[in-house]
Design a protein around this ligand. Structure first.
Ligand SMILES: C[S@@+](CC[C@H](N)C(=O)[O-])C[C@H]1O[C@@H](n2cnc3c(N)ncnc32)[C@H](O)[C@@H]1O
Length: 223
């Protein structure tokens, strides 16, 4: 009974949070850029009957032999804006979102912020295919979606995988350590130096709000 009540409360909280975020986004972004409003609305309707949180949870439950992808979550646009401002990330920087989910952040970066080059790397095929369709439908140039695990050379790599397994993060840290010196890696909840000492320099960190509460964001560079 207590579990059912908790699930009910969580689901109410998620709905209220999303409604609030819709109002914030409408005021801050959609009104300023109708194309972005259309793109983000299209993503919303694509998943109207397929909750992305549930899709990832069910995939992980059905494939216990694979590294889990979830739990799912998204960085809200005001939060990524706050992160980019705090970490002084210029619009001219090429940006890779490792684990880009539905691709909302990649589209925001390109259409709203005008980021030079944006790449979304996503392992979950339904997310990847749908993001590619939206990109083509709205002819959003300068954004690429791929399933390639290799982190190509980008100026900035962002990873929001707060609950990824330690072995997953270690694998990513090993790849990241091979990137050109000075590459900026932004992580949430952990910094890569804890996994692979002597390869990264912690430059800054601060707290931001995610749907599940406050979490730390770290800016580290490859040394
Ligand atoms: C927490 S979501 C973040 C979504 C998006 N980056 C954002 O901040 O809004 C993490 C995403 O990473 C994907 N993912 C998990 N492991 C991955 C891997 N090894 N390679 C690529 N994507 C992965 C999951 O499928 C999920 O969509």
């Amino acid at each position: 009974m207590k579990k059912v009540f908790n699930i009910f409360l969580t689901s109410c909280w998620v709905r209220i949070y999303h409604l609030w975020m819709f109002l914030v986004n409408f005021w801050k972004y959609y009104l300023k850029n109708p194309k972005f409003f259309l793109v983000d609305s299209c993503i919303f309707f694509q998943y109207f009957f397929k909750n992305p949180y549930g899709l990832i949870r069910r995939y992980d439950e059905a494939h216990p032999e694979e590294e889990p992808l979830g739990p799912y979550g998204e960085t809200e646009f005001p939060v990524i804006e706050e992160i980019l401002n705090r970490f002084h990330i210029p619009k001219s920087a090429s940006f890779l979102d490792f684990g880009s989910g539905r691709g909302r952040m990649c589209f925001w970066l390109k259409i709203m912020r005008g980021q030079k080059k944006v790449t979304g790397v996503e392992k979950f095929v339904p997310f990847l295919e749908k993001a590619k369709k939206i990109k083509n439908l709205f002819s959003v140039d300068g954004v690429t979606f791929t399933d390639t695990f290799d982190i190509e050379s980008h100026d900035v790599v962002y990873m929001y995988g707060s609950s990824w397994l330690d072995e997953t993060v270690l694998k990513i840290a090993e790849k990241a350590a091979k990137l050109p010196k000075g590459t900026i890696i932004i992580t949430t909840s952990y910094w890569l130096g804890d996994y692979l000492p002597d390869h990264f320099l912690l430059e800054d960190s601060f707290e931001v709000r995610f749907i599940w509460g406050k979490g730390s964001v770290y800016k580290q560079t490859v040394i």
